[in-house]
Every structure is written in structure tokens, then in C-alpha cells.
Design a protein around this ligand. Structure first.
Ligand code: ADE
Length: 251
């Protein structure tokens, strides 16, 4: 999987993609991340990347030409990318499905916006799509680009050591994870659930499924509508919904 990131803060993207799972994947050659400084694609003495907005208004707008030249440079040096994505709060919301789709593309350019925005022509002439990582405004697209790189990298075979852990990742199944515990068994009067120390493996498996369904129902009922439940989980959900309905009906 190949990423090219265009940004005014290359050191920020370089740092966050050099540690942990993503950093190791880069070292192992499973992931190729090249970070490009937008200022390297300016032509004036001051390396100007922004300008005042036409029509007035607060803040500065990132210019279109440095982005055009940066993507041209990527094409020449790194090959034709399958997508050029502008990171912006106006984009389509990033999801697990989007991460899987991008993994299939193989080579993606991520353009990081800054300041009050980017010249609209970046959308029309440079980017092929626009992605937001959520309904909030960041100071720039750099952390959003790192989020996309992290989530996509996890889908690349071999990046996550135990491949089973990706297959059972929460949003693959559209379920939240249930609770997990490690030692000590008792802390400030709170005990680890008895079943987990019982050695009853079937019981543990049932308990985990039930807790995951319970938590998803309580916190993200929207996910459950499209979740891929097995028979046991469906039965759990029916029970919990019946209990909930009964409780709500009680005076
Ligand atoms: N840049 C600023 N805010 C953003 C967001 N929520 N997602 C992606 N890029 C952004």
C-alpha cells in the first residue's frame, strides 16, 4: 500500500506514521508513506502557500498551484495514484467500509488542508474525492490523514500481527467490543466478573457475546440494525430488547 501525503507540516505526518503498528509496517516494507512539503512546490522567494480570499473575509486560503505541482511530482516520481483525496470537514465521513475500499486502491494521495480552507479549484482540478474523519473541525488535515493511513494500513495483510484480530475488529461486524480485564482480579472493591475466572470456556464466550450486544444496544443501536449477528447474538438481542421493553412498561 502506497501513500503520498502533501502538507505544510511534513514533520507532523512523518512522526505520527513512524511509531507503533504503522511505523513497523513502513519498516517492513508493507507500507510506503512519502510525505511532501507543500512549500517545496511554490515558485516565489517566500515559498508562499496561501493568500487572502477573494471577496474578503477572515483568514487565508491555501493556493491551488502548489497542490497541482505536488500531485504532478507524485505522478512523475511515484506513479499514477488511484485516488487523490482532499482531507476536509466538508468531505464524506470516513468509515470502516471506506478504509477497506481505499486498501483496494493500492496507491492514494492525501492532500492536507489548513487555515480557513483551500481554493475551491483543488476540489475541481486536483482531488478526485474528499474525506472527513468526523463532524468536528481540526486545525488541519494532517491528523485526519494519519487516521486514514492507520485505519487503511490495518487492512493490509501482514500489518497487524495476529490476522484474527483484524477480522474480529469491532466495525467489521458492526458491533462494539464488550469489556475486557487483566490483573488484578479485584480493585477498589470492583471484582472481575466471576465467569472470566471460572475456566468455563463456553460460558466465557457466551458472556462476551452478550456483553458486546448489550453495550452496542445501549450506546450504538444504529449499528445493530446492520450488524452481522450469529444465532446466539440474535437471541441475546431479543432477550435484551424484551427486558428493556418490560422495564420501560413498568410504572
Ligand atoms: N480538516 C479539518 N477538519 C477535518 C476533518 N474533520 N476531517 C478531515 N480533515 C479535516
Amino acid at each position: 500500500m502506497k501513500f503520498d501525503v502533501v502538507t505544510v507540516f511534513p514533520e507532523l505526518v512523518e512522526q505520527v506514521t513512524s511509531v507503533g503498528v504503522v511505523g513497523r509496517a513502513r519498516e517492513a516494507g508493507l507500507l510506503d508513506v512519502a510525505v511532501h512539503d507543500l512549500r517545496d512546490f511554490t515558485t516565489d522567494r517566500h515559498r508562499t502557500v496561501d493568500d487572502a480570499p477573494y471577496g474578503g473575509g477572515p483568514g487565508m486560503v491555501l493556493k491551488v498551484e502548489p497542490f497541482l505541482r505536488a500531485v504532478e511530482h507524485v505522478r512523475d516520481r511515484r506513479g499514477e495514484p488511484a485516488a487523490v483525496i482532499l482531507m476536509s470537514p466538508q468531505g464524506e465521513t470516513f468509515t470502516h467500509e471506506a478504509a477497506v475500499r481505499l486498501t483496494g486502491l493500492g496507491h492514494v494521495v492525501l492532500l492536507c488542508g489548513r487555515y480557513q480552507g483551500v481554493d475551491e479549484r483543488v476540489r475541481g482540478q486536483v482531488a478526485t474525492e474528499e474525506i472527513s474523519i468526523g463532524d468536528y473541525v481540526l486545525s488541519g488535515g494532517e491528523l485526519a490523514a494519519a487516521v486514514v493511513i492507520d485505519a487503511v494500513s490495518r487492512q493490509v495483510p501482514g500489518v497487524v500481527g495476529n490476522s484474527e484480530s483484524v477480522a474480529t475488529d469491532s466495525f467489521v461486524r458492526r458491533m462494539l467490543d464488550g469489556p475486557t480485564y487483566t490483573r488484578p482480579a479485584s480493585l477498589n472493591g470492583q471484582e472481575v466478573p466471576e465467569v472470566l475466572v471460572s475456566g468455563d470456556h463456553a460460558g466465557i464466550r457466551r458472556w462476551r457475546k452478550r456483553e458486546a450486544v448489550k453495550r452496542t444496544l445501549r450506546r450504538r443501536p444504529d449499528l445493530l440494525r446492520r450488524a452481522r449477528l450469529d444465532d446466539e447474538e440474535r437471541e441475546c438481542l431479543r432477550e435484551l430488547e424484551t427486558q428493556g421493553a418490560t422495564r420501560r412498561a413498568e410504572p
